[in-house]
Each structure stands twice: as structure tokens, then as C-alpha cells.
Write a protein that binds this ligand. Sequence first.
Ligand code: GTP
Ligand code: MG
Length: 645
Amino acid sequence: MLVATAGHIDHGKTSLVRALTGVDTDRLPEERARGISIDLGFAYWRTDEHHTIGFVDVPGHERFVHNMLAGVCAVDFALLVVAADDGVMPQSVEHVQILDLLGIARGIVAITKCDRVAPARVADVREQIRQLLAPTTLADAPMYAVSVVNGGGLAELGAALKAASAALPSYRTGRNFRLAVDRAFTVTGAGTVVTGTVLDGTLELGAHLTLSPPGLDARVRGMQSAGASVNSVRAGERCALNLAGIELTRVHRGDWLLLPGMHAPTSRLEVQLRVLASRKQGLRHNSPLHVHLATADLVARVLLPTQNTTPAGGEAIAQLVLERPTTAATGDRFVLRDQSGRQLIGGGQVIDPFAGAERRRSGDRTAISAALRLGEPARALTALLDIPGYEIDILRFERCFNLQPGTAQTLYQSAGVVLLGSTHTLALPARRVAEITTQLIELLRGFHRAQPEESGMNSRQLHAALTTPISTEAFLILLRDLNEKRQIELSGTAARLPGHAPTIGPTDSARWQRALFWLQRRGMRPFTVRELADELRTSEASIKAMLYRRRSNGDVWRISEERFMLRQQVAALAASAAALATEVGGKGFTAAQYRDAVGTGRNLAIQVLEFFDSAGVTYRNGDLRRMRPEYELVVGSAAPYRPAP
Ligand SMILES: Nc1nc2c(ncn2[C@@H]2O[C@H](COP(=O)(O)OP(=O)(O)OP(=O)(O)O)[C@@H](O)[C@H]2O)c(=O)[nH]1
Ligand SMILES: [Mg+2]
């Protein structure tokens, strides 16, 4: 069990931890000189062979509340300390508010310095504390009157802590390891060491982790917990990790250590927040503030949905726009303080850590938010699947809940989900996929009946004809899946039912074979009706008729008034454009870059690009072009064309 102290300055937190554990957590020279705690202190109490109670001793001074916040983020239990002589003081109140906002519901109160006051005073302070705690998560915390001077009450307090430790519920399972860093330092001979609390999962010695948000790789070279070397640590434990591959200057309090696949920094969190009832003013839209999330202290602005104010005592679903990215998971608690970092405003819970990364057509934000707010992954998944037309980006879902792959797979199975594609990126309800598949097959059957001379139905028309909505991305994956399972056949941009043979006349078909033979040898060059008519020694009118039919089933594209190209060539040129777009990053590519990439003349490059713009393969912005995400629906997929060296 991990216990954090809480309470006003000088009320005896550090003295109490020392009395229980024998460890003086005030280790900084300045702390010793001034007799106050400044930063977090740590101590361990080995209560028996199997149990250790860890203490995070926090400073009470109002100027060090940010340190206190980093200390209490991941504890199981609060030890609220109130001195019998002073009674409840400002930071007693503030610390209790913080514990309440963080949802810490297990705790004990120590009324310290009882050697200094008469029993009647202890009773008064007890009443003050009762009133302070009544509206909070700690309303039922038992109180112990103690003194470190005469040792009174310490045995009872210690026994209560042991009992609480034994009764602590086990940690949630099925989650990936993550640790919130609270300190980093170097140890001579060992290198960088970070300490922190494991929030989820387990970690073995030698594991590879990512330091997030910087995104640096690290290997766990050494591991200690409660002062001893260990081979593994798990949720709820504090540990010190000796990291290979990370320089000390790169790691700070507030960073996370994560499994590499879970590293996904974000700057916009959708949250549910609450403004303290004791605030004089409400929280205004767009206010700058500090977000304390785990050990991080982040500068942010709050965006309120109604664009005005959430009153004191009020709640809202809001967005926090962070100045620097962080790592967060659904359900993580946070505390908000004002811009100066002096006053507590409120706090809440993360709903959607990736609120800024909405895919287009990804369904109703309110419904997604309501689903995630259910907090528990299985329930959230069921609710997400119920959103009409919504397709779950499963990497994002798994990152929201920090889910282990095996746990996620079990969830998908029991929720009746179909994962589309070989890399399984989108999840749809099985019944929706079945419905769409049936529609698809019906549409193709109808198409073949109505147009037997066509080799297949254009996939864009097919997509548009579906009555059950599906995104282009998911549709393309589904088509490929069905093609692999031989339920349909894809050729280029056309889909057909297996066994369908177009009823094209024999002359046409033989002529087309000759045309293909010539065109393929000609290489990556468009052709005119005239050229093809000359080559095949036939009339332009009959070539036109043949090309017209070949265009409608997607074998040929007309790329300008006069010029045609084979579908495979156009698809390869589009794939080259896509490869180039990826290579140049998000900013788009120029016609000159494209010409160099495909090694054609400038005129042809421009002709092709203009055709791509009009056909919906690319879009143009000034001199730059980018790919449309659904371009493969238009031209089909192919390997990129590369000019012969
Ligand atoms: N008489 C008496 N003095 C105490 C008792 N507990 C603590 N003190 C004294 O109170 C002073 C402050 O104690 P600390 O333990 O440093 O208080 P703290 O809450 O850790 O203070 P900060 O960390 O700075 O917030 C010290 O001089 C202690 O000796 C007690 O039970 N009886
Ligand atoms: Mg102290």
C-alpha cells in the first residue's frame, strides 16, 4: 500500500512518518536548515514478510502545493495530519480538496501534537475535521489522537494502517505498464535513474520502454523497490529504474514510462470537470490554467462547450488544450489550478485523451464521449458499437484504456466485433458488416443482370449505392477482405461476383488483346485514338467505341481531351504520387518533384496531375498537391511506378 501524507505546514507529517518508519524524509539541506518539507520524501515500513507500506511525505507549505500534487497522484491511501493546537488550517482544507478531486476515498486522520493540548481541545479539533471531511470522499475516515513526543496513539494508528493495507483491493489487471516519473537523477556508475509509481501493469527487468512525451527509447537495466533490488514491479508499487539509453537532461518529473506501442502524446483532452463549490468565481471559457495530471504540471486553456462560465460548484464536459503534449488515459484524474498556480479551481477525469484526433465521419462526439465516460472498457466498447455508423479505431481505443492486446482481443470477441483488414485497424459490429456484405452481393448481382457486358461494377458506385453507411477506409478494407475470401472479385476499380464473365463480342475482345500488347510495350505514355487506330489498322470510330466500353469498366482512363492511358499505368502513377506524398510529409508535393519521381517529361507529369485533380485522386493548393485519402477507390491500388534507372 502506498500512503501519502496531507496537511498544513508544521502539523507534524514528517515527524509522524519518522515515528512510524524510522526514516527522516526531509533529506534536502534546505529542508533540514528551514525545518520544513519542500519536495516529496519517501519512506518504507516493512510491516511483515509480505507487506510493505510505502509513504510519500508531502510538503504542507502553500508554495509547494505543486509538489504535493505530484506526490498524491497515485497513492491508495491518505494520512491526513492536523495538529491539535492549530486545528484545521488553510492547507488542511486545500489538501483535503485535492484528495477529494483525485477521488482518494481511503484514509485515516492523525490529530498530532496531542501532548500539547487538553483532551477537550482534541474533541473540538475532531469536530472541525469531521465537518471538513463530511462532503468529501474521506467522510468516513477514522481519526486517531497521537503524539510523537510521548508516543501516545501511535500503536493504534500503526495497527489501523496495517489493517487498511491488508484490506486493500487488488489492482486492476489487463492493462499495460505505465509509470509516472516523479524524480530523475544520476547514480555514479549506473547512469540515469528515475523514480515513480507504477499506475498500471507489471514490468520485468530488461524491458524496453518509451519515455513519453519525448518519445525516447529506454531499457530497464536495474530496478529497485522499497530499497531493495528486484526483478519485477507492479501496479501500486514505487520503484527506481536504472535506464539505459536516456540522458538525465531528457527526463523530468511529469514524464511517463510506457510500453512503446502506447506512446501517443496528445495536446487536447476531453474531460469531465468540477469547479470547487468554495470558489468565489466560476470558471470562464478559455481561461488559462495549470493542469496537474499524475506528476505533470501542464499549462493549458479550458474550452467550455457553452462558451461561457461553469459556476462554482458546477460541472461540465470540457476540453483542455495543452501548451505541451502529454500522455493520458481515459479515467485519469487531474486537478486544476489558476494561471499563477496559487489557487485551486477544481478537477476532474479524462474522458477522451485523443479528442483532437477525430477522424472525419467518425460519428457523434457526444455519443463517443458518453460511451467513454462509462469508464470501464467492456461497457465503453459495447456503447461505442451501438453508435450508428461509428467505426472504432482500435489502436486508439486500446490506448484510451491502456489495454493489453490479449485483454482487448477477449473484449472484441465477447462484444461480437469484426476487425477489418489484416492489420485489424477498424472494429465494426459483426451484424453491420454482415448487412453491408449482403447488400454488396445483392448490388453486384443486380448490376450483372442489368449490364452483362460489363466486367464489374465500379467500386465508387458500389460504395455510394450501399444503404448502410460505412467509411471509405473501412469499405476499401472490407472489399479486400471479401476478395481474399473469394466472396467477390476485385480487378482494378471494378468489383464483380466470382464466375461473372462479361459478354463482350469476340472481335472486340481480340482487338483489345492486341491493343494491350502494344500499349504495354509502349510503356508509361498516354495514347490517342488515332495512334491506336493506326496501330491496329482499323477505323477511329471502332477504336472509340471499344475505348468507350473499356472506360466504363475501368480498363482505360481518359486523362485529357485526346489522351488515354491503361488503368494499371494510372494506378501505378497514383501510387507513385502517394509514395511521394508520404516522403515529403504533410506539406504536399510540387509538379517538379512528381516529374522527378516518375522520370517522365514535364508535360506528361502536369497532364497526369491535372487528371488526378479532376478525378479525385489528388487535390491542389497553389503549387502543392496532396492525396485524397480515398484515391484507391478511384484508380485502384498498384505498386508505385518507378522509372527504369
Ligand atoms: N510537541 C509535539 N511536537 C511535534 C509533534 N509532531 C511534530 N512536532 C513538531 O512540529 C514541528 C513540525 O513538524 P514536521 O513533522 O516537520 O511538520 P510537517 O507537517 O512535516 O511540516 P511541513 O512538511 O513543512 O509541512 C517540528 O518541530 C516537530 O518536532 C508532536 O506530536 N508533539
Ligand atoms: Mg514535512
